[in-house]
Design a protein around this ligand. Structure first.
Ligand code: C2E
Ligand code: MG
Ligand code: MG
Length: 350
């Protein structure tokens, strides 16, 4: 691990005193440890460490060791977020964020137990405007009818590990829906795409879970597509390739989500067995007014042709955007122009 705790005692009579002394100690540690390190004996081989500090002050009335360490950790987390070589003190405002997260986490746990999550489906269409399938998107309805956005709870579900159960529920629900579609003559060709988080994808038994879901619902696996983001891929590319191959061997397809926002390295794109790319909605949105976004969209389309990948444009909201994408050769489309995500009862297309 790369986290260390330092306990400094009797650093001041007043809070102001203690604050300045604590900062002084942190800066001193920082300066000392920032000295270059010569590794391996060669004079030229100098290494530098960056050091972030999170400080939490306490006195006699401290509630518990855990909460103290937790506070220091929160301050450290903030320091790392704010940049390199930064010292941050814990404050109540940070605690408010932590508390809100804790409440959200507790409610997420209850919602999982109560089976309160819902799947919405958003249509994807081809160049002729025919619906070819849907992306399954998670929704968390609250009592009043409002929805917590997945943008808010997915990152937390990843941090807490809830994503494993939640993601499995999504996978199974999508397969159940696919089974219903595949039983009906008019809908049997439709595909369903599910989003899979890094943590879920890298679970040891993920391949087995996918295979079991396919088997249990007796679906033709070609109708199932898994959307991964670049965060899944970066890190351990070998493991990712291997795992993707195992899942592809089941007959499932892969799409790379939010393409263009991350590293989008061509070297990994060539090595990973994706079937499809999804152009991030940011580029689609800015395409008309911003020439660099337009150039990126064109480059992605050219690139995908040479790599034999299909492209879906995400977040298509206007006819003008649609028109421009059509002239650039884009084949598949998703966005409010064609349909918003809806509960399956409201699904009319197909
Ligand atoms: P995403 O996979 O890129 O999904 C597309 C997002 O764009 C969805 O947001 C969708 O509602 C929204 N969208 C679609 N068309 C338009 C449009 O024309 N204009 C605009 N402004 N937005 C549009 P949503 O449903 O809020 O989901 C946000 C993100 O949360 C998703 O981004 C995905 O990364 C994540 N997510 C959603 N469901 C799941 C899930 O089951 N598992 C995991 N791991 N992540 C999920
Ligand atoms: Mg997606
Ligand atoms: Mg996306």
């Amino acid at each position: 691990d790369d986290d260390f705790a330092v306990l400094v005692e009797r650093i001041g009579e007043t809070e102001a005193d203690a604050l300045s002394h604590a900062e002084y100690v942190a800066r001193k540690l920082q300066r000392t440890l920032q000295q270059p390190y010569v590794l391996g004996g060669t004079e030229g081989d100098r290494h530098f460490a960056t050091l972030s500090f999170g400080i939490s002050l306490f006195h006699d009335g401290v509630s518990s060791l855990e909460s103290l360490l937790k506070q220091a950790e929160v301050a450290l987390y903030r320091a790392k977020q704010d940049g390199r070589d930064i010292v941050r003190f814990f404050n109540p405002e940070m605690q408010a964020v932590v508390d809100a997260h804790a409440r959200l986490e507790a409610r997420m746990h209850e919602a999982l137990e109560a089976n309160a999550f819902r799947l919405f489906f958003q249509p994807q269409v081809n160049r002729r405007g025919v619906v070819i399938g849907a992306e399954a998107l998670l929704r968390w309805p609250l009592d009043g009818g409002a929805m917590v956005s997945p943008a808010e709870f997915i990152p937390l579900a990843e941090d807490t590990g809830h994503i494993v159960r939640l993601g499995l529920w999504v996978l199974r629900s999508a397969c159940a829906q696919l089974a219903r579609w595949q039983m009906n003559e008019t809908t049997r060709h439709l595909k369903i795409a599910v989003n899979v988080s890094a943590r879920q994808f890298h679970q040891p038994d993920f391949v087995g879970k996918v295979a079991a879901a396919i088997e249990r619902h007796r679906i033709r696996p070609g109708g199932l597509e898994i959307e991964l983001t670049e965060s899944v891929v970066i890190g351990d590319i070998e493991t990712t390739v291997l795992r993707m191959r195992q899942i592809k061997a089941l007959g499932v397809r892969f799409a790379l989500d939010d393409f263009g926002t991350g590293y989008s390295s061509l070297s990994y794109l060539k090595r990973l067995p994706f079937d499809q790319l999804k152009i991030d909605q940011m580029f689609v949105r800015d395409m008309e007014k911003d020439t660099s976004s337009e150039a990126i969209v064109r480059a992605i389309l050219a690139l995908s042709r040479s790599l034999d990948l299909k492209v879906v444009a995400e977040g298509v909201e206007t006819a003008a955007q649609h028109e421009l994408l059509l002239t650039r050769g884009c084949e598949l489309f998703q966005g409010y122009l064609f349909g918003r995500p809806v509960p399956i009862e409201d699904w009319k297309a197909g």
